[in-house]
Write a protein that binds this ligand. Structure first.
Ligand code: NA7
Length: 545
């Protein structure tokens, strides 16, 4: 059993983003627990610490994309734009950390290398890269769902002589593009935010596109005092509406079916959602968009027509239009500002690397199968090893020394996305098989942190030492998650929801698609019924053993 000389705490939390910060606050300030948080960065913020690339901002209105647990916080903080940019969201999280005095329990610049469950003591033994060992009753890796950057290892990738940047690890001091030739690989949600701004600064920008995307306008605008006041006077009702909605953000135009409307009515509805911006067309337009191929095709045609109208060169417009074989919105809907117009600029070139793949990175740029492109700066906007990437970077072992990586070798296995069988007292936040990234993140994080805190307080009150997910319940949840996904068009896309962006990753749809409201009911009922689907082991068993 573990080294008894090492200090024991109630909980170790990894990460100081939205999730880690709130988990610390709940456990320490509501349950009076002794908590250690480890964070690899030198400050709080998580996603919003690392993603400092130009144009980074949230795609859900900030009034919704924020903590709801403190009315005082809601009233105190003022958003300057409808959709806040990265510096403002980071400042908000720094404000939260200060307001709730969180930093004093966070060890920065420290990465956890290993977390091993010690069955005899029912403790997690956690080892950091600074050589510290901490024993903890509970282990909560709040390491983020999209935090492990995917950097494809093209042949010769280390040979590039210029500057190299990764959007998800952007330097604090920023990047000066003035007078530079820039190459960017990727055209996902991140690239669509960054490309228009980089194009304005750089001498030349070459965009390497493998798959075109159905981007739609974000329509960001400055926050007016009137809107801010109206929200703050009505915040509880707005949050209630958010919880009633599918994805944790309310849309008031949603109609049941695109197929029930006439062509004229449908176009009117699409135009209205297009004008609303954000995710309105994706999840706030017709409820069958992501369920019915015919309904989906109507939206896809609408967006393609918009792209053609915005891009002057018809050949470039066609390259930017996703083909009919690619359903609309089955990959994450990117929200953009002047993305398509950017390709009308004389200093921007679009290169199709589906037809002519990148063969090699060379000191002066890169070579595709039919041409060479030279630049001074290379940017990888190539996404993340989502859901499991960051977790697998840590050597996590459960009962019997089983590595999490092995237990999940064919895809994540969880009960409610909150826990995995054989890994007692370990909890995930917005983990795989929960609504996760298809739900308003701060609210989803609050839901999970509150469930975990309630569970721990239940265990304390009833004298339990450990909680473990039952294999049967877990299997049932995996099956249910798959059924919910299979009812939609989403598993057909080669998306990171499915792990399809990472070579060799098992293709399993990793998000629970039953909707946030239903999901919350399910996990609340589980708690109310004394944690059905979990085995709780009393403290007394330890003493007898
Ligand atoms: P995404 O959506 O995964 O986009 C990554 C982009 O990089 C996408 O266009 C990919 O093309 C491209 N990519 C990835 N690997 C390669 C290789 N090997 N060669 C060429 N092109 C490649 O990541 P984002 O960061 O944009 O967005 C992630 C989420 O973060 C976002 O949805 C928000 O929720 C926040 P592909 O489409 O795979 O052909």
């Amino acid at each position: 059993s573990g080294d008894r000389a090492n200090p024991v705490v109630d909980a170790v939390v990894l990460g100081a983003g939205f999730a880690g910060l709130y988990m610390l606050h709940l456990l320490r300030d509501r349950l009076n627990k002794n908590v250690r948080v480890f964070e690899s960065a030198d400050g709080v913020g998580g996603t919003w610490y690392w993603n400092r690339y130009p144009g980074a901002r949230c795609d859900i209105p900030s009034h919704h994309y924020s903590f709801s647990f403190s009315e005082e916080l809601e009233q105190e903080w003022n958003w300057s734009e409808k959709y806040a940019a990265q510096p403002e969201i980071l400042a908000y999280l720094e404000f939260v950390a200060k307001k709730f005095d969180l930093a004093k329990d966070i060890t920065f610049r420290t990465r956890v290398n290993a977390a091993h469950y010690d069955e005899a003591d029912k403790l997690w033994i956690i080892t950091t890269n600074q050589g510290e060992v901490v024993r903890a009753r509970y282990f909560i890796p709040a390491v983020g769902t999209l935090s492990d950057a995917n950097i494809p290892e093209f042949k010769g990738h280390e040979s590039f002589a210029g500057e190299v940047y990764v959007t998800g690890k952007w330097p604090k001091e920023g990047v000066d593009f003035a007078g530079k030739r820039v190459g960017i690989i990727g055209t996902g949600a991140t690239a669509m935010q960054a490309i228009p701004l980089i194009a304005e600064e750089a001498a030349h920008l070459t965009v390497f596109q493998r798959t075109p995307n159905y981007g739609t306008p974000l329509r960001n605008e400055p926050m007016t005092p009137e809107v801010d006041r109206a929200v703050k006077e009505n915040y509880r009702e707005l949050r209630r509406q958010a919880w009633e909605s599918f994805a944790g953000v309310p849309f008031d135009r949603l109609k049941p079916s695109a197929l029930a409307d006439s062509d004229e009515e449908r176009l009117k509805q699409y135009e209205a959602c297009w004008e609303d911006g954000g995710f309105s067309l994706w999840i706030g337009c017709y409820a069958d968009t992501l369920f019915d191929e015919r309904a989906n095709k109507h939206t896809a045609d609408f967006v393609r027509a918009k792209i053609r109208a915005r891009v002057k060169d018809p050949a470039v417009a066609e390259m930017l239009c996703p083909p009919e074989s690619q359903a609309y919105g089955t990959k994450r809907q990117p929200c953009e500002t002047n993305y398509f117009e950017t390709f009308n600029r004389a200093n921007v070139t679009l290169v199709d690397i589906k037809s002519h793949p990148i063969e090699e990175i060379v000191p002066t740029g890169l070579r595709t199968s039919n041409a060479q492109y030279d630049f001074d700066i290379l940017i990888y906007a190539t996404g993340f090893d989502a859901f499991t990437g960051a977790m697998f970077k840590i050597d996590i072992t459960g009962e019997g020394g089983l590595p999490l990586k092995d237990y999940w070798s064919a895809g994540p296995r969880t009960l409610f996305g909150l826990a995995a069988h054989g890994f007692p007292n370990m909890f995930f936040i917005t983990g795989p098989q929960s609504p996760s990234v298809l739900f308003n993140m701060p609210l989803g994080i609050e839901m999970h942190c509150e469930w975990i805190a309630q569970c721990i307080s239940h265990m304390d009150a009833n004298g339990y030492a450990s909680i473990n997910a039952d294999p049967d319940a877990e299997q049932q949840w995996i099956r249910h998650t798959k059924e919910m996904a299979d009812a939609t068009l989403l598993p057909e896309a080669t998306s990171w929801y499915l792990g399809a962006n990472i070579p060799g990753k098992p293709r399993v749809f990793m998000v629970y698609l039953g909707g946030g409201k239903h999901y919350k009911d399910v996990i609340s009922r589980c708690a109310a019924e004394g944690y059905t689907g979990f085995t709780l082991t009393p403290v007394t068993c330890d003493a007898l053993a």
